[in-house]
Design a binder for this molecule. Structure first.
Ligand code: PGA
Length: 243
């Protein structure tokens, strides 16, 4: 919940200019709902894509204040973040509800960026893999291998989001490999190989390259650092170096 339509639109215009030469990386901007249109207009006909941060699972109906996947699609949006830890922990979204949202997003032609991750307590009690296994298997219930191709997974340890604590590349790689193994077991080796798995949690220009150098880390989901033009640009440059 940072940047309204005016600020976000201006930001995206400047970012577009900053990144005119940025070929070879995929960039998806996911501003708040009200800023989607100005950001979409600012990056239209550029390689940058736009995503929302959430959506409701119903097609339409009496859900005052909510936004549906078809409305996002109507605007020209391609992606939607689902299951972000703040949606889970602050707004009480369950694995089951996230699964409904993922299914609906696919049905209307959006590509979900599906977030999973453990809390510090869960990590400290050795439950990281168990928690992620549960989030993944419930979140992907009823989704077939063809639909899976439209999904990006983001591993976001809750203890690293907005805290300044980043998982070390080794910690992130360990979980990314586990996630790939889970996708392998739930689907197939091909699905596991093809899956894009992003890391999120206090990603900055200084640590982005170290994370992205690992072949199991396919990209990053950036929160706080994306609000500063120079920092986000720095992260894209780190990705370009690795790409
Ligand atoms: P952060 O946020 O980069 O500020 O830790 C990540 C996120 O919100 O997903």
């Amino acid at each position: 919940m940072n940047y309204g339509p005016n600020a976000a639109g201006k930001y995206a215009q400047k970012l577009r200019i900053n990144l005119l030469e940025a070929h070879g990386v995929d960039i998806i901007l996911c501003p708040p709902f009200l800023a989607l249109k100005p950001v979409f207009d600012a990056v239209v006909d550029s390689p940058m894509k736009v995503g929302a941060q959430n959506m409701h699972e119903a097609e339409s109906g009496a859900f005052t204040g909510e936004i549906s996947g078809s409305m996002l699609k109507d605007l020209g949006i391609d992606y939607v973040i689902l299951g972000h830890s703040e949606r889970r922990h602050v707004f009480g979204e369950s694995d089951e509800r996230i699964n409904l949202k993922i299914k609906r997003s696919l049905q209307v032609g959006l590509k979900p960026i599906f977030c999973v991750g453990e809390t510090l307590d869960e990590r400290n009690s050795g439950e990281t893999n168990k928690v992620i296994q549960r989030q993944l298997s419930k979140g992907l219930e009823g989704i077939d291998a063809e639909q899976l191709k439209s999904i990006i997974i983001a591993y976001e340890p809750v203890w690293a989001i907005g805290t300044g604590l980043t998982a070390t590349p080794d910690q992130a790689v360990e979980v990314h490999q586990e996630i790939r193994k889970m996708v392998h077991d739930l689907y197939s080796p091909v699905s596991a190989d093809d899956m894009s798995i992003l890391y999120g949690g206090s990603v900055k220009p200084e640590n982005a390259e170290g994370l992205l150098r690992n072949e199991d880390i396919d990209g990053v989901l950036v929160g706080g650092a994306s609000l500063k033009l120079d920092q986000f640009t720095g992260i894209v440059h780190a990705a370009l170096k690795v790409a």
